[in-house]
Ligand binder design. Sequence first.
Ligand SMILES: [Zn+2]
Length: 477
Amino acid sequence: MRARTTPLALTVALAVGLSACTSPEPPPSPPAPEPPSELSAGRSEPVTDPLYPQQGNPGIDVLHYGLALTYVPGDRVLNGLAELTIRPVHDAGELRLDLAAGLTVTESTVDGVAAPAAREGDDLVLTAAVVKDRDIVVTVAYNGVPAPVPAPARREDMAGGIGAQTGADGELWTFQEPFGAFTWYPVNDHPSDEALYDVTVTTPEGWTGVSTGVYQGTETDDGYTTTTWRSADPVASYVTTLAVDRFEMYEQRAGEVHYVSWVPSGFAAQWEPLFAELPELVAWLERRYGPYPFPNSGIVAVGGRSGMETQGTITLSAGLAGGNGDRRVILHELAHQWFGDSVSPRDWRDVWLNESVATYAEAMWAVDQGMLTEADAVAVWSGADQRMRDEYGPPGDYDPGAFASGNVYFCTALMLHGLRGEMGPEKFDAMLRDWVQKQRNTTQDRASFTAWVSEYAGEDMTAFIDAWLDSPTTPRA
Ligand SMILES: [Zn+2]
C-alpha cells in the first residue's frame, strides 16, 4: 500500500505560488512537545569519550528531548525551542550542553526559572544549582543558520563537514556521525547518553520536515506545515535526523513494521522501486538476527553523498549510485538498526561493533543474491587488511583523525569471518542474533562483546579478539 501526502502536480503548483508572492511570516514557535509520563527508557550511564572528549558531558543524563523546530528554506534560518528532561549525574552549579557556536540562544530556563547562558565555543553553559538524580527540565530557545562542522575523518564523503547542511534551494539534511547533532539542537552529543524524542518540524507549506521517531502525522495551517515525530525507543544523538525538502511520502506496512519513506518531488519514480523492496531486505536480516528492533522503517532521500543508519528512517543521498540508491548500501544501513542503533557502542573506540557486522551482513546478502562468492568477499577484506592498519591504525585503536575509515569495516569483517571459522556457523549465528535480541536498547563495549563471544564459543576468545582489534599487522587467520 502506498500514499503520497501531496500529488506531484499540486506540490509544484504550491511551490510556484509561494515563490511568486511573499511567504507568510513564520508562526511563533510552537510549544515544545511534552515528554511522556514514563522516562525510564531514556536513562543512561554517560561516559567521557576517550577519542573525542570535547563532545558530550558525562555529568548529565538527558532522558527526553522535546524539540519544536521551525525552518524556513528561503532564508535558511532554523528557530528552535528545546525542552530537555535531564537527570544530573552529580551535584553541580552549572549545566553544560553541546550547541554550535553559530546558533544564538535567546532564552534559557531551568525548571521554569531563567538561567544565565554563556557560550564557550560549541558548549552552552547554563548557571543553575542541580542535585544528583533530581530530574530537571531545561528549555533553550535558539535560532540561526545551521552549518556543518569539521569531521575528524579523512573520508571523501565527510570532507564538507558533519552536522546540518543546506542545499541550493535551502533544503536541509544531516549526516552527524560521530557527532554534529549539536549543529541543530542543544544536546549531550555522545552515544553513551541515549534519550527519548518528541519532535515537531514546521516549514512553509509545500515543504516537509522529516525527523527521528515514528511519524505521527502532518497538519497545515496558515501557510505552514507541521510534522510530528515520536520515539519511544532511546536514540543516540548521532542517529537522530532532520531533513527538510519538498518531500513526497511513500508508505507501506509489512509484518509489524510501518514503512514511511520520503523523496524530493520529481525523484519519486526513481526511488519508489527501492522503497518497495525495504520489507524484503528487512525480512532477510530478520532471518539472521531476529525481529526488527523498531516499529518504523523507511528512507529519507537527501543531498550530499553519503548514507547513514539514522534510527528507523535511514538517510541516503539521492545522488548515491547514480541517483537510484544502491541495495547493498541500504542493506548495510538496515543491518545497523540492529547493530549500532538498537545495540549501540558506549564510546567511539568501539565503532567497529557497528561496522563489522554491517559490512559482514552486507557481503553475505550479496553472496545470497549471487553478486559474489564468500571467497570473493574474504579476498577483498584480506587484501585490504594490512594497508588499512598501516594507514589508519588497528581498528580497535585507530587514529582519532581517521574516524570510520576502512579499517573498522574490512579488518573487523575479516575478524568475524575468522570467529565464524573458530566457533562454527551455528554458534556464531546464535551469538550475533542473541547479542542484538537479548540486549535491545543498550550500549555495549569490547569487554562485553568479548565475554559474550567467549560464552558462545565455550572458551576464552579475548586473545583472538584483541589481536584482530589491536595488532598493527594482520593476525594469522
Ligand atoms: Zn556502516
